[in-house]
Design a protein around this ligand. Structure first.
Ligand code: HSE
Length: 299
């Protein structure tokens, strides 16, 4: 049996929702896979020049994990990965790899694992659930670890909003971005973020763009990460001046996500110009929200 799996890119945090919120975007990695003796991996597109093409590849490890979880012997698989999600930018490429591998394994096994089980396995592998929840479920996801695994809810997003992603030419690892965070934060900063993450979800549900901008502010992670991305305030200011409601770090960066009422073209150009002015190249474009999450089909 041959299966094809599609997994969306994801933008985690959305400002205040550190390790909690995720948004699935209409940019997908694809994996075509079949069972085989031994593991072969072929990668096309993003990361083809540096990602490992053997059993250590994360997609291959995800396939193996699905077999191990179901107690089935894993002899190997032949994987062809078509990667469109830029790597090491804060767009969930590693979450997409884990989820892609797990969904491939599950499909080859005849789908014994539920979405909840896939989500729990992927979150454990990634270390935090925000990207993998959006990659598995699609839409705007709220997720957290609970004793039984991961509790996650996917919410629809108003179609009137454009989500503009600026992808700088520079890379940064999540580990690097997390190493800058303090072990504890002042209570008032925690309250600031709780208020905003609640306001963000309420504003989206009520279709209130007037409160959405304030709801995108954050004190838990972005201020500490400015050391890596000193151009963030200037690019965010340019995005807002061009009509964005707000502009935040996508995941642990360096990509940025701007929320725009209506067409995002002018905001995308303004963000590119501001980034270039700061001495960094990059390109921006508007994405739709992926409402489906990871999908698989027999081909
Ligand atoms: N919530 C994680 C972080 C996402 O900001 O470190 C990493 O993609």
């Amino acid at each position: 049996m041959r299966v094809q799996v599609r997994v969306p890119a994801t933008s985690a945090n959305l400002g205040p929702g550190f390790d909690t919120l995720g948004l699935a975007l209409s940019l997908h990695n694809e994996v075509v896979a079949e069972e085989a003796e031994g593991i072969t991996v072929r990668i096309e597109g993003e990361g083809a020049d540096w990602l490992v093409e053997n059993g250590d590849n994360i997609v291959a490890r995800g396939v193996r994990l699905a077999y191990e979880e179901t107690g089935r012997a894993f002899k190997g698989c032949a994987l062809t990965c078509v990667n469109r999600i830029p790597t090491a930018r804060g767009l969930g490429s590693s979450a997409a790899a884990w989820v892609g591998g797990l969904v491939v394994g599950n499909a080859l096994l005849g789908a014994p694992l539920s979405k909840d089980a896939l989500l729990a396995l992927a979150a454990r592998a990634e270390g935090h659930p925000d990207n993998v929840a959006a990659a598995v479920l699609g839409g705007l996801t709220v997720s957290c670890a609970v004793p039984a695994g991961i509790a996650a809810v996917s919410l629809p997003v108003p179609r009137s909003l454009a989500w503009v992603v600026l992808i700088p030419a520079v890379t940064s690892s999540t580990a690097e971005g997390r190493a800058l965070l303090p072990p504890s934060v002042p209570l008032e900063d925690a309250v600031f973020n709780v208020q905003r993450v609640a306001l963000l979800l309420a504003s989206l549900q009520a279709g209130r763009s007037d409160t959405l901008g304030a709801a995108l502010d954050d004190r838990l992670h972005q201020p500490y990460r400015l050391k890596l991305f000193p151009w963030l305030p200037d690019v965010a200011a340019a995005a807002r001046a061009a009509g964005a409601l707000g502009c935040v770090l996508s995941g642990a960066g360096p990509a940025l996500l701007a929320v725009v009422p209506g067409d995002g073209g002018a905001v995308a150009r303004a963000m590119e110009r501001a980034l270039t002015k700061a001495g960094v190249e990059g390109s921006a474009r508007a994405f739709d929200v992926d409402a489906d999450g990871a999908t698989s089909r027999i081909v």
